[in-house]
Design a protein around this ligand. Structure first.
Ligand code: ZN
Length: 234
């Protein structure tokens, strides 16, 4: 391979690495995003249970208020017992108290049930909260890991770009322009190996005479089909 070709091959290698590393770097925020979904899910679960808890607490307060009202009513009724004159009236009075006390008993039962539910739900909420903590910790670890990865790639990219600058300066400007133009037109691969009379850039046949010339001439050869610069390893 002649010197000009050597430089182009080296430049192409660096350019491919730069493209690959840039792609890897861009992939990192997306990767972090993907790992965020378990945390979002845990937070959502927590909020749902929290809403249920608030609802139950409201029901409990309502029930307590109702019970207070019932207790007041019973007290009032009992206070009137002394005013009752007839036995019939007295029986009706007792019946009324009994009826309200039954209501009180049922509501106390409801309250007890609500309190048990609240206790259970509090435990569930604690679990959900712990889960958020775990997911957050996991995400932080992943983030730290990926941030480290990003820093390494950035350093590598910096080094590659420096190498590229040095290399580009050694290439004749018009050849460099031609390389860049080809690079753009061929989606990032301007230099291709020719093997067995085939251009490995576009996979089309190369005329046998040109295939021989690639090896022998000091000029740079290009694929007649895709225009890539051609070199041969053997
Ligand atoms: Zn080709």
């Amino acid at each position: 391979m002649n010197e000009k070709m050597n430089l182009l091959v080296a430049l192409q290698e660096i350019d491919l690495s730069i493209v690959e590393k840039t792609r890897m770097l861009q992939e990192i925020p997306r990767e972090i995003n993907r790992y965020q979904s378990p945390l979002r899910k845990a937070e959502e679960d927590f909020r749902k249970e929290e809403a249920r808890l608030r609802d139950l607490e409201k029901k409990k307060r309502d029930k307590e208020r109702e019970l207070q009202e019932i207790a007041d009513r019973i007290e009032k009724l009992k206070g009137r017992t002394g005013d009752i004159k007839s036995n019939k009236e007295y029986q009706a009075h007792l019946k009324e108290i009994e009826k309200i006390e039954k209501e009180q008993y049922l509501k106390e039962d409801d309250l007890l049930y609500l309190m048990e539910e609240l206790e259970k739900l509090s435990a569930v909420l604690e679990e959900k909260k712990a889960r958020i903590g775990e997911e957050q910790k996991r995400l932080d670890e992943i983030k730290a890991d990926l941030d480290g990865k990003a820093k390494t790639i950035e350093a590598e990219l910096h080094e590659l770009k420096q190498k590229r600058n040095t290399l580009a300066k050694q290439i004749d400007p018009s050849l460099y322009d031609s390389y860049m133009e080809t690079l753009e037109r061929t989606d990032g691969v301007a230099v291709a190996e020719a093997d067995n009379e085939v251009c490995l850039g576009c996979h089309m046949s190369i005329p046998p005479q040109l295939y021989v010339e690639i090896k022998t001439t000091d000029e740079l050869c290009r694929c007649p089909q895709c225009g890539r610069f051609l070199y041969r390893k053997s």
